[in-house]
Write a protein that binds this ligand. Sequence first.
Ligand code: GLY
Length: 370
Amino acid sequence: MTNNIDVLNVDLGARSYPIHIGAGLLADVRSLLEPHIGNGRIAIITDETVAGFHLQTLLAGLDVDNVETIVLPEGESTKSFAVLQDVLDTLLKANFSRDDTLIAFGGGVIGDLTGFVAAILKRGCRFVQIPTTLLAQVDSSVGGKTAINTPAGKNLVGSFYQPKCVLIDTDILETLNARQMRAGYAEVLKYALINDREFFDWLEENAVALLNGDAATLRRAILTSCAAKADIVKRDERERGERALLNLGHSFAHALEAKAGYDNTLLHGEAVSAGMLMAFEYAQTLGLCSGQDVQRLRAHLRKQNMPTLSDLPAAITHDPKQLFAFMGQDKKNTKTDMKLILTRGIGKAFIEPKADQASVLNYLIKVCNS
Ligand code: GLY
């Protein structure tokens, strides 16, 4: 049994669940899952890359007969109605029941899709998250957001459906490439920018080690991030209020992703990196955020080789009006109002329910043409 496991709890009453964080957890997966999954059958849903690196280790750790394994193509296009239907058909054909358990073994795409399958298969079966990217370990595996994409936009069909537990094996990150690490780091940084200036100070000191895969630094960043997320989710599971803070930079980011077309040219975390700086810059134009804080964030992103708007291809940034139109489709908006997460500085994010849309467009025109 691996010693030295950190356990956080996501307190949601009857839907509460633990997050286990440690190195080499996959070896102990059976005992860690046992309290949560009963004696039912197990289906692992994963992607080709993760399966290539880690499926054998997971199967060895589970050490049970008769595990169904569904290996899907890597990438955002897997979060589609077509793949959802295929996975449901496979599980129904195998007569999966509510007492059985789905294991989401992958990054955000696999986690979001598997969670949605679990939410609707026979009106809901158990699922657990074993996230394999930094982004999924610090954000998407925690909090129960599940979804697929449609031609109208990202994550527009889905539900809130909590896993029974989250197992974060930090050793898995050893096979993650540098681009994916940086993309995940954007979400780590997000927690600092929302409400934890001290964490930002710490990240300024430690981001290089973290991105180079230093185990202790990564572990501390993952713990801090998951604790921050669990804290917000327990107070606002369904994003009626403060959970929207977790969308810092995401309205800008989702517009960039929509324009990029959800292919591999722009990863979600890369869009978030650029989008968070845009939220800071826009807040500066409103006189809300100091130039020093904007500069400090920009310098930090540059030092870690994280993308900002000016690093993105012109094909994504050339049309500010279209980006603005994409921002208008954000799930947070009402019919008439654009909700934005703005900031009074590092660690001081807040929700602006009625952003001034003319000034948002002016900001986009200015930065897209500069
Ligand atoms: N990733 C944002 C949230 O879970 O609310």
